[in-house]
Design a protein. Structure first.
Ligand code: UTP
Length: 224
């Protein structure tokens, strides 16, 4: 299968968790050995938010805030790419063209952010569309998608399945803001509603869940 894996900055970079990054490198190696083609996208986590804060203090506009956050995500991507070694392309892909080319060379693609106005969730959906991925898996800081925000509502219930059309209804934010954090960002939801790439949301703190989800086991929330 062609698989796009999105690892939330809130998971590996909030604070930076090198043990977890190393475990994810092992997961990617297993997937590669199983014959899958893999794209990995890392977010910028608290470092990105810190730089957004600095940019705001300097009274820079939203575009500039986004740009420095993108650089942070690319730094994590570079660290991860180095950890993967030979199975990955020589450098972090910074465009959809580069991602497609790297995948065509039989290597693992590693990316951070792409352009202002989105988050790496949207990068994941755009790459998935470009490379005709069979599956997109996102490791986030919750067990899946809930009927309401579980951080605000203790009675929130995790949903096992959702359709692309139901997706927009479960999220509160529907507009981009620098540093936004929700299970899937609003732009990504819009892209998914159009490209309809099967997506599974799992807890990013359990890398084995990612393997289980890809193997078809019942974990997280499946959006199809
Ligand atoms: P990230 O996508 O790096 O967030 O976006 P994250 O750390 O993984 O967070 P979770 O775990 O999904 O919540 C951080 C910020 O970087 C900018 C945006 O400001 C975004 O809110 N960004 C990121 C872009 O502008 N463009 C991109 O392509 C990626």
């Amino acid at each position: 299968m062609r698989i796009v894996i999105r690892i939330g900055g809130s998971v590996v970079a909030n604070p930076i968790n090198t043990d977890l990054m190393a475990k994810y490198a092992d997961v990617i190696k297993v997937l590669k050995m199983q014959g899958h083609e893999v794209v990995v996208i890392l977010g910028g986590g608290s470092l990105a938010r810190e730089f957004i804060g600095l940019a705001k203090k300097l009274e820079l506009d939203m575009n500039a805030q986004d740009e420095v956050a993108i650089s942070c995500s690319r730094l994590f991507a570079q660290l991860f790419l180095k950890k993967l070694g030979d199975i990955a392309c020589g450098k972090v892909a910074v465009s959809l063209d580069e991602a497609e080319q790297c995948l065509g060379e039989g290597k693992v693609v590693v990316m951070g952010g792409l352009k202002p106005g989105i988050t790496t969730d949207t990068v994941a959906t755009l790459v998935a569309e470009r490379v005709h991925a069979d599956l997109l898996v996102k490791g986030t800081d919750q067990e899946g998608v809930y009927n309401k925000d579980p951080r605000k509502h203790p009675d929130a219930v995790k949903l096992d399945r959702l359709t692309f059309d139901e997706l927009a209804g479960v999220f509160e934010q529907n507009e981009h803001k620098a540093g936004i954090h929700q299970i899937l960002d609003p732009e990504a939801v819009k892209v998914l509603r159009i490209n309809r790439v099967k997506t599974i949301i799992v807890s990013g703190f359990k890398p084995q869940n990612m393997l289980a989800a890809i193997a078809g086991e019942n974990v997280g929330t499946v959006i199809s």
